[in-house]
Structure formats: C-alpha cells, structure tokens
Design a binder for this molecule. Structure first.
Ligand SMILES: Cc1cc2nc3c(=O)[nH]c(=O)nc-3n(C[C@H](O)[C@H](O)[C@H](O)COP(=O)(O)O)c2cc1C
Length: 373
C-alpha cells in the first residue's frame, strides 16, 4: 500500500480526481467520511471562515476541487435599520501577508468581518444553500452577533433580523450556521473579563435559536487566559450543536491574530483535557499535514477547518497543476509520509485503529476519543 501511495502522490500531482475519496476507499479500503454540523461529508477537510470564501467564484473552484466543506467569511449582524453594534469589525483592510512563525506558517492580517453590503452576503449565502442542496459542496454562513457587557442585554433586534434573513436566503431544510468568536475579539477590552465571556458562551445559542430553526456551530476563540479557563469556556458552550476548536491566538503587542505551531499546541493541549459528553467537534488551527488532522481527530474532532494551508506560496505544494484547493488536498491526503492515508495506515499498524468490515474508518478515531477514559 505504501508503494501505491507513493505512485498516487506522484500521479495526482498534475490532477487530483474530484472524487478522490472513492479512489481511497477502493484502493486502500479506507473510508474517509467525516461529519460537519451533523452532515456527512466525503472527507474531513474544510476551509475555515475567512478571505478564501468571499465570493461565488471561490466556492465554485472549491466544489470542483472536491473540498469537504466551506465556511463563508464572517458577516457582522445588523438590525432591520442596518445598525450594527459590532460595526468596528466590519472594516476593510486589504493587506494580507503569509509569513513563517514558530517553524510553521501564519497569515498576518488586521482585517475583520465582511465589509460589503448585507444584501451581497445574502446572495452568497443563497448560492451556498444551492451548492449544499446540489450535493456539490457543504457551505455554511458565519456571523458575529452583538455581545453585551455584563450589565447589558443582548440586542435581539440584530439577532432577529440577521438570523431570519440568512435562514430565508440559505433555504431548506434548515439553516446551518457558524457563530464566530474571533481572536480580535479576544484582544478587545470587551473580553477582559472571564464572567463576561462565559455568559456569552452560555447564552448566545439561545438568542440565535429563538429567531429561526438552525443547526449551530460556535467557533470558540482562544481567550487570553490559561488552559483551565479555556476548558471552562468549552463547558459553557454546550448549547451549540458543534464547537469549532479553537480560533487563532491574539498577539497583544502587535495587535494581530496569529496561528502556526503555537496555536496547534495550545489547541491540542486543551482538547486533551476534555472529557466525554461534548457536542460534535471541528478542529481548526495550524493544520498543515494529514498527521495534524489525525491529532485533532484522535481528540474527538470529526472534521477540520484549515485556512493558512490553503494560502501558501505555490512552491510549497508538491502538486504542479490544479487550483490551490486541489494542491493542498493532494498534500494533506496523499503525502506518502505525512498525509492522511499514510497516518491512518500507521495507526492501524500500531493497533490504534482497527478495520471494520475490512475498512478503516476515519470517524472511528473521534468515536474512540469520546468514550470515557
Ligand atoms: C486572513 C484570515 C481571515 C480570517 N477571517 C476569519 C473570519 O472572518 N471568521 C472566522 O471565524 N475565522 C476567520 N479566520 C480564522 C480561520 O478560519 C481559521 O480558523 C484560523 O486561521 C486557524 O486555522 P489556520 O491555522 O489553518 O489558518 C481567518 C483567518 C485568516 C488567516
């Protein structure tokens, strides 16, 4: 199988077949099926919310390239009159730099949420709903809603207008939605108090669900506190259907959010401390190999959301043709040493993962992690 893997890696350099999961199942007897927001997806690799899901053209390329799912750029909630209490996040900042940090890569960028009109976002969400229903690409909108100070109420007018408009635009049968707690929020004075953060996490799902039927993922930020508090944040978020764990770290000195190996290490360390009985988990942060994906999976994640790895300079990928999406997937899945297939075969050799009905199943890793230890 290792010889075949080396041959596939070489062969798919020029073109990754769109339905590579079927090839993996047939050739390696590995079932890469994964899950996001309760939906079965052909493999676990999706795109996190950000600059790579701003328009229909990007979604089309991702659907053609065989991406697992895509989360749209975060839009800032508004009420019927267009007022946005989180307007400070709806600013335009165009310069984005891919840099090395801590032996890995990070994207340095100060920008924040969606900076075009809400109607344009609704059009994108509508296109996302259509792609999802067509079975071409699971697409999920993302929103940053008003978050009050401890002595304030949630601005339900913003929750109502934004959630209902998205539910109508996205369409049947049920809006799939991610709620973003961003790292820039972690750096804001608003997030200086633990009690305030815990209240947001406990209550935000109820304010969204009061407006429309949704299946809800909460993308939990890395707060500027220790691991104990991060664990407490997860416990406070149990009203979500999915937890996305965890958004980027915040560098107070430079005033920027960042990723790379430090982010991965923190995330995996915190995930190690979580017991059973959690909502579905989706891992994010510093994923640059199939082995990284398996580290998240072994800690309970049923899918992953990468961003930086889809933005590297072209020479960082082994593939010589195809979209960045395809080149990244080629590397993450088929790399003969560090790819997902190689890693799954190694877990079988070590006795960590067993075949069922002759096949290895990616989702068995997360299922095992959820058993009481
Ligand atoms: C340029 C850039 C913009 C981002 N914008 C958003 C955003 O609008 N909403 C959000 O929830 N996450 C956003 N993220 C976070 C990513 O979705 C992802 O969770 C994070 O970068 C960690 O994954 P990575 O290490 O693979 O980049 C952004 C990340 C980058 C690099």
């Amino acid at each position: 199988m290792h010889a075949q893997l080396a041959a596939d890696f070489e062969r798919f350099k020029r073109e990754l077949p769109r339905d590579f999961p079927a090839h993996v199942r047939q050739s390696y007897r590995i079932d890469l099926s994964a899950r996001y927001l309760g939906e079965t997806i052909p493999h676990p690799i999706g795109k996190g919310s950000g600059q790579l899901s701003l328009n229909q053209g990007q979604l089309e390329v991702d659907a053609e390239g065989g991406l697992g799912f895509a989360v749209l750029k975060t839009v800032i909630a508004q009420d019927a009159g267009g007022a946005q209490s989180m307007a400070a996040w709806a600013i335009h900042e165009s310069k984005m730099r891919v840099e090395r940090r801590g032996g890995g890569w990070t994207v340095t960028w100060k920008g924040r949420g969606w900076d075009r009109s809400f109607d344009e976002y609704l059009a994108l969400a509508r296109a996302g709903g259509d792609l999802t229903r067509a079975g071409r690409l699971l697409v999920v909108p993302s929103v940053k809603y008003h978050l009050p100070r401890l002595d304030e109420a949630f601005k339900d007018a913003e929750y109502a207008f934004t959630t209902r408009a998205l539910a109508t635009a996205w369409g049947e049968p049920l809006l799939l939605l991610e709620k973003d707690f961003s790292p820039t929020l972690a750096g804001d004075a608003l997030a200086g108090e633990q009690a305030q953060i815990l209240r947001w996490l406990r209550e935000v799902a109820g304010h969204i669900r009061a407006q429309a039927a949704v299946r809800l993922a909460v993308k939990v930020m890395n707060a500027r506190f220790d691991d104990d508090f991060q664990v407490e944040m997860v416990r406070a978020s149990s009203a979500a259907d999915v937890l996305v764990v965890f958004n980027r770290l915040f560098d107070l000195k430079r005033g920027i959010a960042y990723g790379g190996p430090e982010l991965t290490a923190r995330n995996l360390r915190v995930l190690d401390r979580l017991g059973p009985g959690l909502p579905e988990l989706s891992g994010t942060g510093g994923i640059s190999s199939g082995r990284d994906i398996l580290e998240y999976a072994r800690r309970g994640c049923e899918s992953v959301q990468a961003h930086t790895f889809f933005q590297l300079p072209l020479e960082e990928y082994t593939a010589t043709d195809g979209s960045r999406t395809q080149r990244a997937l080629h590397q993450l899945v088929f790399h003969p040493a560090d790819g997902l297939i190689a890693g799954l075969l190694d877990l079988e050799t070590q006795g960590t993962l067993e075949r069922r009905g002759g096949e290895l199943h990616f989702l068995d890793l997360a299922a095992d992690a959820h058993r009481p230890r």
